[in-house]
Design a binder for this molecule. Structure first.
Ligand code: SAM
Length: 426
């Protein structure tokens, strides 16, 4: 989300004549999109602010803005007096307007659309919904990002014109999109609209909250051609008592039924989840239930984090962080080891199969892209393939990616210049 929001801000600042610097060392304005969802992420924000303080001491005209998540704003203002603007929670969608005021942009710069063109990525994240009205006991997002509000993704057509082939609709709780808009719309309505856009190949959305994932959304993924069979559905724990302490609002069996519905319509759907280990009071037996659930549900990807208390949350103020750090680490490794085995098994089934890959770029001299189910695929080719949909036969598999060779389009159909390969599928 931070990448998507900063890209959107950068684009609108380009319309005021600003252009991207090589890095903070030669920037006139630095906007730091921060994240404080876990302690480790917050530590990085503080580290970056200290580095920026030194740069500003050498170049006092430099402007520093903090956006994204912030915790205790009065405290941050005292600690970082050199920061020119902190975008308060709830104002993240208007950072641009506040920057225009801060930099007096309309006065200083002349709008020059010729210079404002930049080539966006093949796959672009778009924040369509901010904030969260839920109150999971461990989560700082409601206090940093504020209440829920939606933003229709008006820029999609423009992105397609500039080469984007896939959009990823972003939110902390994406199923809630549109409930505050008038007239009220559902995420499935938005998916239907986007599915009709010519030039767009794929649509994804994340992250989901299991309690709001309705049947209309299951149908939208199954029925709409461009919506990828790929869902990020955080379960957080495989134990009902821990889920209750987290105030997640569902039990494991609700979750089991939901993924049952998804897999009944789309047997190969890509499923990822988030797990927190070492939540206050999590016993060995409760943790074992999480391992059992992971074994049963067989996710493609599991994002696992050690619990860290976040200021002001119910878990931090009313519960005791009683699982020792070493034990949290052990549980984290246990989840990772189990998941590596599961993901190896799932991916091994791809060997010898041909998958369709949207090519996103190169890494270490080879192309990479993703399948509709969000498997990363690496392959070699001399052809200019960025943005192309290609068929790749899988020749080897790893737990976190696949490798293969292009079988369509054939080499001789591919041009050598930049842009679309120009071959048509039979
Ligand atoms: N839609 C998601 C959901 O239903 O939970 C919310 C995504 S959340 C902003 C990102 C992930 O960070 C969460 O899924 C959770 O696993 C992790 N997380 C949030 N607060 C945490 C904390 N206090 N300690 C450790 N991990 C945390």
């Amino acid at each position: 989300m931070n990448v998507a929001d900063s890209r959107r801000l950068a684009e609108s600042l380009e319309n005021y004549g600003l252009s991207a610097a090589d890095g903070p060392h030669d920037a006139d304005v630095v906007v730091l999109y921060s994240c404080v969802v876990r302690q480790q992420a917050e530590d990085r924000v503080h580290g970056q602010l200290h580095a920026l303080q030194k740069m500003k001491a050498a170049r006092p005209a430099m402007k520093i803005v903090v956006a994204g998540c912030v915790t205790d704003i009065p405290d941050w203002r005292t600690r970082y007096p050199f920061v020119d603007l902190i975008a308060e929670p709830g104002q993240d969608l208007t950072v641009r307007d506040r920057l225009i005021d801060l930099l007096d942009l309309s006065e200083r710069y002349r709008f020059d659309p010729e210079q404002a063109i930049r080539i966006p990525g093949i796959s672009e994240g778009i924040t369509v919904h901010q904030g969260c009205n839920r109150s999971c006991t461990y989560c700082i997002v409601p206090s940093t990002r504020g209440g829920e509000r939606s933003r229709p993704p008006a820029e999609v057509r423009r992105l397609i014109e500039r080469g984007t082939r896939e959009v990823v609709l972003l939110s902390q709780i994406v199923e809630r999109y549109g409930r505050d808009l008038r007239p009220r719309v559902l995420l499935s309505n938005l998916l239907e609209q986007l599915d009709r856009l010519e030039g767009l190949e794929r649509i994804r959305f994340l992250t989901s909250y299991p309690g709001d994932f309705g049947r209309d959304l299951v149908d939208a993924i199954a029925d709409l051609a461009k919506v990828c069979e790929d869902v990020n559905l955080p379960i957080q724990s495989g134990d009902d008592v821990v889920l209750r302490r987290m105030k997640r609002g569902y039990v494991v069996d609700n979750y089991r039924q939901l993924i049952g519905r998804l897999r009944a319509r789309m047997p190969e759907i890509g499923l990822s989840t988030d797990i927190i280990v070492g939540f206050p009071g999590e016993t060995e037996a409760e943790f074992d239930n999480t391992l059992r659930v992971l074994d049963e549900f067989r996710f493609d990807v599991v994002h696992v984090a050690m619990y860290s208390p976040r200021p002001g949350t119910v878990a931090a103020t009313e519960m005791i962080d009683d699982v020792p750090r070493e034990e949290k680490r052990r549980r984290l490794h246990e989840v990772e080891t189990l998941q590596k085995r599961i993901a190896s098994g799932i991916n091994a089934r791809y060997l010898g199969r041909t998958v369709d890959v949207l090519v996103e770029g190169t890494a270490k001299g080879r192309w990479f892209g993703r399948t509709r189910t969000n498997k990363i695929v690496h392959f070699a080719s001399e052809a200019p393939l960025a943005g192309e949909l290609v068929d790749v036969e899988i020749t080897s598999t790893e737990p976190w990616f696949l490798e293969g060779r292009v079988v369509w389009p054939q080499q001789e159909l591919l041009g050598s210049g930049p842009g679309r390969a120009g071959a048509t599928r039979q």
